[in-house]
Design a protein. Structure first.
Length: 387
């Protein structure tokens, strides 16, 4: 009989905002604590423990401390890489965790003609196979080729980080047909951030929602404990940390939108909640700044909200009339700046050419997006003389 925990898509380091990053890690801690309290035989992490192959050092330090708790409790951890913490070079901090003795990466494959043969990691009569996720679904063609090396008489687990047809729905993405998977007693899946169970195949959902939309739809994280001694062996465990307060506001043809949003918030109990403000509609003769979103955020915090997040993706603004008479067409850029500055006087207008020059720089080869964004921000601060 087997008793184990299965989770995936922790995405440690994924949230940029400190308070949300703290909640993300607290959710992970809660999973670890529950596994120890329930005395599971082992733990499966089906990809995307980290949000990137090279997470920040502070995230690593805290993660190592949690893995040490599992090791001290003599609970082995078996992992595969996901599409976020996978690296084409094969060098990630998952390797560091493994070298430290905190986990075992179960990916062990050999190409044999048109087949990819997976060998198992064996633990107390359980054969654990795994194939990692890759960027942009590049693992899908490979998974269609996998076969399992036989492990007679053992409980077989196949760990995958990919999209299966049963969970894809109408999403226009490549997927693996479930019927094409090799036979196993349990399929420990990750990648799609939904709680989905079909027979002995489970996507446990994320340990913590990873963005605004997931906070709206998923609200809480979750994972599973599987106990084959039970009639219903699949136990879903929700990870509830904070309540979510969702405010949907449709912009009207009014100059009082800010007041209406505040009035709506006044009807709500915001204490210790994550407030999600989604604004949609079309602004006429107004700018987004007229909504005073910073004041709305301050109101939420003043009334005890744990955190405030806004989404204006569905908010449209009326087309701006850019009709202007350009006298010098040979220097269109300079002429446009001159006309704009005349109609919109500001002490910062003389910085426009320098800012345009800074903001036109390109990402260098091998430079990460975060490094590029930091360089862009630092150069912009220098132009604006912001220390």
């Amino acid at each position: 009989m087997v008793n184990f925990a299965h989770f995936a898509d922790v995405h440690l380091g994924g949230w940029r905002q400190g308070p949300m990053q703290d909640l993300n890690f607290m959710a992970f801690q809660k999973v670890v604590k529950t596994c120890i309290e329930r005395k599971v035989d082992f733990v499966l992490i089906a990809g995307d423990l980290f949000d990137s192959a090279y997470p920040p050092i502070e995230i690593l330090k805290e993660t190592f401390a949690e893995f040490k708790k599992l090791k001290d409790a003599k609970i082995p951890v078996f992992i595969i890489a996901g599409s976020h913490d996978y690296s084409i070079s094969g060098k990630t901090f998952l390797d560091v965790l493994e070298k430290a003795g905190f986990c075992k990466n179960v990916f062990d494959a050999e190409n044999r003609g048109d087949e990819i043969r997976l060998s198992p990691v064996v633990h107390n009569g359980v054969a654990i196979y795994g194939y990692p996720g890759k960027k942009s679904g590049l693992e899908v063609p490979d998974i269609k080729k996998i076969k399992l090396e036989d492990a007679p008489g053992m409980f077989k687990i196949l760990m995958l980080h990919t999209t299966l047809d049963k969970v894809r729905g109408v999403l226009p993405i490549e997927c693996v047909e479930m019927d094409s998977l090799p036979e196993a007693n349990y399929y420990a899946l990750g990648h799609i951030h939904v709680d989905f169970k079909y027979k002995n195949l489970i996507y446990p959902g994320p340990v913590f929602p990873n963005n605004f939309t997931e906070l709206e739809t998923v609200e809480n994280g979750s994972f599973y404990i599987i106990d084959t001694e039970l009639l219903d062996p699949f136990e879903k465990i929700e990870i509830k940390l904070k309540e979510i307060e969702i405010v949907d506001f449709d912009i009207k043809k009014s100059s009082e939108n800010y007041e209406k949003i505040i009035n709506e918030l006044q009807k709500r109990n915001l204490l210790d909640k994550i407030v999600l403000l989604r604004i949609s509609g079309e602004l006429e003769n107004q700018k987004i700044s007229d909504l005073k979103l910073e004041k709305i955020e301050n109101y939420c915090f003043e009334n005890g909200a744990y955190f405030f997040l806004k989404n204006t993706h569905d908010l449209k603004t009326s087309d701006i009339d850019f009709n202007m008479e350009v006298k010098n067409k040979d220097n269109l850029e300079e002429e446009a700046i001159k006309i704009y500055s005349k109609e919109n006087p500001s002490e910062f207008n003389n910085l426009i050419p320098q800012l345009m020059n800074v903001l036109s720089i390109e990402k260098q080869e091998g430079e990460t997006i975060d490094s590029f964004n930091t360089r862009l921000l630092e150069d912009s601060k220098k132009v604006l003389n912001i220390l």
